[in-house]
Design a protein around this ligand. Structure first.
Ligand SMILES: Cc1ncc(C[n+]2csc(CCOP(=O)(O)OP(=O)(O)O)c2C)c(N)n1
Ligand SMILES: [Mg+2]
Length: 440
């Protein structure tokens, strides 16, 4: 017969010599109370009329017997009601144990899950425990964004504020730019799984650290856990709120939707440090592991196009799309020669705004002036022609989508230019915790 968490709790209490539990039941405690029911030959469950009495009774029981006084209440108001008795027991060094449900666990996953090919194990555990999976930038695709338990980091903000247990798998869990943990240490229980033990320490705080390969650890956890019922958190409402916050980020939203509509599920998007690319971190849904590549915290401008060439060299049949700003593309445009020489199947999209656009926006917002951000670009049609690479101008998002769809029957390198202007900043939405410098 399957062992539930409630069974394990009741069994452990009996092993510790506990014979009486004072409590009030509630939805978060259903499995724990059921565990006590099955153990009623060894443990008495005494139910009071108000949580206040559970902790006072446990205190009286403990102090008069020198045993452990145990009370069990629901989180939130139940625990608050029990606090007067718990504070009194604390002041008197009375041996009182208060059991309060761990009611909402959340998973946070990074690139380690993808590197260890742990997607199946991750999904199995998430489904068994009905745990939402928040995917960091490098973890995108670990679980398909079509899965009902898959969430982006903006939705993650609400999930994290509700969670009482966070399982961080294959992630450094740190905002490198700020040198701070991805979510400030608080009263949640943090369980870290990582092969690299450096991630267990400051600035983060692991309550439980498991040094292991993500795939093996997730499989072992799955084997050890039993099914959990879905929480009563309203995921629909939470997703709608994130969608609403993202509404104003246009035209980036329209370009990201065009990219997703034009790239098949197994096609690879190589992201860059460009206006559309920043928003893609959040708004581009990923359906398979290893189909969304990013330089994550290094923020390496210009890494995208040469990286995409490597992806294309690995599999000529796969659709590979490299998005670039006109500035970043300048770091690698000589490699058009390589794309042509080896006939690599890469779709190069250049968003041409004539500027280091995001630096310009930052300067305008911060200093009210711009300086050193204007670019002198080549004519991209002539540049492509010089390398004998086909060229197209995408007049708008629908046009870009059409050009991408046409690629399926027309492989090889192509350069697609998109003329764009200034765009609003999405930075206030991008991280799990809003950065202090975020501005609209
Ligand atoms: C190697 C490197 N050099 C410089 C930077 C700083 N930097 C980040 S974005 C950027 C401008 C990017 O301009 P562009 O590629 O045209 O994209 P846009 O913001 O205009 O869409 C610069 C200079 C960086 N991140 N990495
Ligand atoms: Mg630019």
């Amino acid at each position: 017969m399957e062992q539930t968490g409630g069974d394990a709790l009741a069994r452990q209490l009996a092993l510790e010599g506990v014979t009486d539990v004072f409590g009030v039941p509630g939805v978060q405690l259903d499995w724990a109370v059921d565990g006590l029911r099955k153990m009623q030959d060894r443990i008495r469950y005494l139910v009071t009329r108000h949580e206040q009495a559970t902790s006072y009774m446990a205190d009286g029981y403990a102090r008069s017997t020198n045993g452990i006084g145990v009370c069990m209440v629901v989180p939130g108001p139940g625990l608050l009601n029990a606090m007067a008795g718990l504070a009194t027991a604390y002041a008197c060094n009375s041996r009182v144990l208060c059991i309060c449900a761990c009611s909402f666990p959340v998973l946070y996953v990074g690139g380690g899950v993808i590197a260890s090919s742990a997607s199946l194990e991750l999904q199995a555990l998430a489904e068994k425990l009905q745990m939402p999976v928040v995917m960091g930038e490098n973890g995108k695709g670990a679980v398909s964004d079509r899965h009902p338990l898959a969430f982006n980091t903006l939705e993650g903000r609400d999930l994290f504020s509700l969670a009482d247990v966070v399982l961080v798998v294959g992630s450094r869990f740190v905002e490198t730019a700020m040198g701070k943990p991805a979510w400030p240490p608080d009263d949640k229980t943090y369980i870290f799984i990582n092969l690299d033990e450096d991630v267990f320490g400051a600035p983060r705080r692991a309550d439980i650290a498991i040094k292991a390969d993500c795939r093996l650890a997730l499989a072992a956890l799955d084997a050890a856990c039993s099914k959990r019922r879905p929480s009563n958190v309203d995921f629909g409402k939470l997703r709608a709120s994130a969608r609403e916050q993202m509404l104003g980020i246009e035209p980036q939203g329209a370009w990201v939707r065009a990219l997703r509509a034009g790239i098949p599920d197994d096609g690879v998007l190589v992201n860059e440090l460009t206006q559309v690319g920043y928003f893609a971190r959040l708004a581009y849904p990923v359906y398979q592991p290893r189909t969304f590549l990013t330089p994550v915290y290094q923020g390496t401008l210009g890494y995208g196009f040469p990286t995409a060439l490597g992806v294309a060299a690995a599999d000529p049949k796969r659709m590979v799309v490299s998005i670039n700003g006109d500035g970043g593309f300048g770091w690698g445009l000589q490699e058009l020669s390589t794309a042509r020489k080896y006939d690599l199947n890469v779709t190069i999209v250049v968003f041409n705004d004539g500027h280091f656009g995001n630096v310009r926006k930052m300067q305008q917002d911060q200093f009210g002036k711009e300086f050193g951000v204007q670019l002198c670009n080549p004519r991209y049609d002539r540049l492509a022609a010089a390398f004998e690479i086909p060229y197209s101008l995408a007049e708008g998002p629908a046009d870009l989508e059409r050009l991408l769809v046409e690629r399926a029957s027309n492989p090889g390198p192509i350069l697609i230019e998109v003329k764009v202007g200034p765009m609003p900043s999405p930075w206030h939405l991008l991280r799990l915790v809003p950065p202090p410098f975020a501005k609209r």
